[in-house]
Design a protein around this ligand. Structure first.
Ligand code: UDX
Ligand code: ADP
Length: 458
């Protein structure tokens, strides 16, 4: 069968994989190839055991793989044979040199730009999907158009706003699709080619366009605003604990103001994930670069509060457990940075585990999807850590449970059974406010919610 469009995606990660699967699913007349430097990852995409867990993804991959969706390590062939190229390689925070700990590490991204230049035999539309600092698309265009060949490259910014755990529904019903382009004849034509792809299933009024820098900045700012809401509610949760106010009641009252809205007001152990911290630090770096130090300080405080919230959680545990955790067994319910994903990047659980180990506690970790990543994150740490998938077994003999991920599974456990098998006094620290606190207190637990008065047996 002759396909209407041939599309390549470089980078088969949390963004590239699900996004391309959705395009393949919605556009059976397009042929989509996803390439990656990592052969293990590609082998997993081609197996029944996909490299990432995302509700609904497996079904869509099954329906499209081998028909119009292909996973491959042949980057060179992919670039040669496709004229529309999405780039969704990783852009972590730099760990070395200038901007270390702040700026985006663009080495993977630049390598990709050079590969596109090296292997192209025809003109290309290159679509920046990874979150990147403002002006990166322009830099890519400069690399690509550096040699005076007859080929031309148009770079578009098309940030992905999907959230993990709900990626497939976010992709199917996005709030908006944003496309930034250069205001040139070929830039506008490239934009139209991309609009045509999304218009297969996204209503036109949701496909918005802007200049390329606005598009790049909008992505970073969206994440900064979302993270800021979480830090705001978490900051207030600390105040609630001191004043006997209840953060859930406060969030409800505040969120019912239609100007504020009710989403992203769940107090927690702090936000994690690959984007929020990285993007805010990117924003901070950008502001400092332009000597906007007050603006930079403002956004940096969002990350500071997030760290504070994690540290506060550990100190609350320490205080509640007679100021010593040494030799005590603590079971962590959840290691993923949020529910419905196995992803643990920047998960608060990592920092909390390390801190508890510093206090010489023994840690037992349970999680329905993230244990493989948890083991990798904690490889080589000093101290006693074990991993048990069954939450009942994991909690056996423990002095305390800390709920770190809001998995539905944890809402409906038989807490009487759990309590009966724990060391007494048994405590629960609910870092997500997902369980019935009163019920657990009645069973006999000391219960420490987030941003609410503790329920302690006297
Ligand atoms: C985020 C953005 O939502 C998405 O648009 C962007 O494309 C990528 O970054 P993601 O990191 O996958 O998505 O998850 P998100 O649902 O936003 O949650 C981020 C973190 O905030 C999680 O650790 C989550 O548990 C935490 N969170 C979220 C809270 O602590 N409280 C809330 O009310 C909401
Ligand atoms: P994201 O959450 O942004 O999707 P991931 O780390 O999950 O980030 O995925 C990025 C993917 O990009 C990884 O699978 C990585 O192997 C791949 N990658 C990085 N550099 C290149 C490159 N030059 N060519 C192809 N794939 C690359």
């Amino acid at each position: 069968m002759k396909f209407k469009k041939n599309i390549l995606c470089i980078g088969a990660g949390y963004v590239g994989g699900p996004t391309m699967a959705m395009i393949a699913y919605k556009c059976p007349r397009y042929r989509i190839t996803v390439v990656d430097v990592n052969p293990t990852r590609i082998a997993e995409w081609n197996s029944d055991d996909l490299p990432i867990y995302e509700p609904g993804l497996g079904e869509i991959v099954k329906a499209t793989r081998g028909k119009n969706l292909f996973f491959s390590t042949d980057i060179e062939g992919g670039i040669r044979d496709n004229d529309i190229i999405f780039v969704s390689v990783n852009t972590p925070t730099k760990t070395f040199g200038a901007g270390a700990g702040m700026a985006a590490d663009l080495q993977y991204w630049e390598k990709t730009a050079r590969q596109i230049l090296q292997y192209s035999q025809s003109s290309k539309i290159v679509i920046e999907k990874s979150t990147l600092p403002v002006k990166t698309a322009l830099a890519m265009e400069r690399i690509l158009n550096y040699t005076k060949s007859s080929l031309s490259f148009d770079v578009l910014s098309n940030p992905e706003f999907l959230a993990e755990g709900s990626a497939m529904t976010d992709l199917e019903n996005p709030d908006r699709i944003l496309i930034g382009c250069q205001d040139t004849k070929s830039g506008l034509a490239a934009r139209e080619a991309l609009v045509e792809i999304y218009a297969n299933w996204v209503p036109r009024e949701k496909i918005i366009t802007s200049n390329i820098w606005s598009s790049e900045l909008s992505k970073i700012v969206s994440n900064a605003f979302l993270a800021q809401r979480i830090s705001s509610i978490n900051a207030i949760s600390a105040l609630c604990e001191k004043t006997d106010a209840d953060i859930t009641e406060v969030a409800k009252a505040v969120g019912m103001d239609s100007r504020i809205g009710s989403k992203y007001l769940n107090a927690s152990v702090g936000f994690g994930g690959s984007c929020f911290k990285k993007d805010i630090l990117n924003l901070v770096y950008l502001c400092r670069h332009y000597s906007l130090h007050d603006v930079a300080d403002y956004w940096e405080s969002v990350v500071r509060i997030n760290q504070y919230q994690q540290e506060r959680f550990v100190l609350n545990m320490l205080t509640a457990m007679f100021n010593t955790l040494a030799g005590k067994k603590i079971c962590l319910f959840g290691f993923a940075f949020k529910a419905n994903t196995g992803d643990t990047r920047e998960s608060p659980a990592i920092c909390i585990t390390r801190r508890l180990l510093e206090e010489k506690a023994e840690i037992i970790i349970t999680d329905p999807k993230a244990l493989k990543n948890a083991k990798a994150d904690l490889a080589g740490v000093d101290g006693k850590v074990s991993f048990i998938e069954d939450p009942y077994k994991a909690a056996e003999g423990c002095h305390a449970i800390a709920i770190l991920t809001e998995w539905d599974l944890y809402r409906n456990l038989d807490f009487q059974k759990i309590y009966d098998n724990m060391t007494k006094p048994a405590s629960i620290f609910d870092g997500r406010n997902i369980i019935d606190h009163k019920r657990c207190f009645d069973i006999g637990f000391n219960v420490y919610p987030t941003g609410k008065p503790a329920l302690t047996q006297s």
